[in-house]
Ligand binder design. Structure first.
Ligand code: C5P
Length: 251
């Protein structure tokens, strides 16, 4: 039996504001997708890698990863889909019966430490069908309902219109976790979860933002293991600067 890692790299990275897809943007001279693949390989628990590539970039991604001595894993590159969920489904279609554990990891988290990857796989192999790394939340989180323009402040001293949102609740902070990737699954469970949620994959406003959410929707148990700050997600230019702090420090 073997462990397959699906590395999602097909996003456009609009919020980063570069000409390149985010996964190909370089940090410390190395594209994010290569950083992420190196960390997965360094964990020593991944047998095979499937990467979801941005439109038109499959060959470039294959060249980049297949020639890197620090990756050195059997590799397939597939075209990504319209949403992250669709991209993961395309990768999952490459997992045959020889695969019993699937990791799903985002190229947008280039510095997930090897120990974190091992922790997730170990928890799946210990019998937990769906495992996500998570960190306690430091901010107080509010739930809100749709925004509306505040006419009052438009007439106030600053003369700036403000969008206000009505607060609908304050979840108890102690029970919140900010979840990361890699997320780990028994293959059969993840296949079932993606099949059941397939209708959501076509559109951003419906699609699952993580794979554990699809498992939860089945009513199956998902567990959290401790995450790691180094597995932070890169979305904005500010995140690139923060992530640079971890480059070279994370094993
Ligand atoms: O856009 P966001 O940063 O949330 O994407 C999370 C991860 O999913 C990224 O690594 C991105 O490349 C990947 N993705 C994908 N296919 C899409 C959209 C995002 O593989 N259609």
């Amino acid at each position: 039996m073997s462990t397959l890692a699906i590395l999602t790299a097909a996003g456009s990275g609009t919020r980063l504001g570069r000409d390149l897809p985010k996964a190909l943007v370089e940090l410390d001279g190395v594209p994010l997708v290569l950083h992420a693949a190196r960390r997965l390989a360094a964990a020593g628990v991944v047998d095979r890698l499937v990467v979801t590539a941005p439109a038109g970039a499959a060959a470039a991604v294959r060249d980049l990863l297949s020639t890197d001595p620090l990756v050195g894993l059997p590799l397939e590159v597939v075209d990504g889909g319209a949403t992250r969920q669709a991209s993961v489904a395309a990768g999952l279609a490459r997992a045959g019966d020889d695969v019993d554990v699937v990791l799903v990891h985002d190229a947008a988290r280039p510095f997930a430490p090897a120990a974190l990857v091992r922790r997730v796989v170990a928890a799946v192999r210990a019998g937990h069908g769906a495992v996500v790394p998570g960190l306690p939340v430091v901010d107080t989180i509010k739930t809100v309902s749709g925004g509306e323009r505040d006419a009052t402040s438009a007439q106030g001293s600053e003369r700036a219109a403000v969008t206000v949102e009505a607060v609908t609740g304050t979840p108890e902070r102690a029970v919140l976790r900010a979840v990361q990737t890699p997320q780990g699954f028994e293959r059969a469970l993840l296949v079932r979860a993606h099949a059941a949620g397939a209708a959501r994959a076509a559109a951003d406003h419906l699609a699952a933002t993580d794979d554990a959410g699809l498992v939860e929707a089945l009513g199956e148990r998902v567990v959290v293991v401790p995450g790691d700050e180094a597995a932070m997600k890169i979305t904005t230019e500010r995140d690139m600067h923060l992530a640079a702090l971890y480059a070279g420090q994370v094993a």
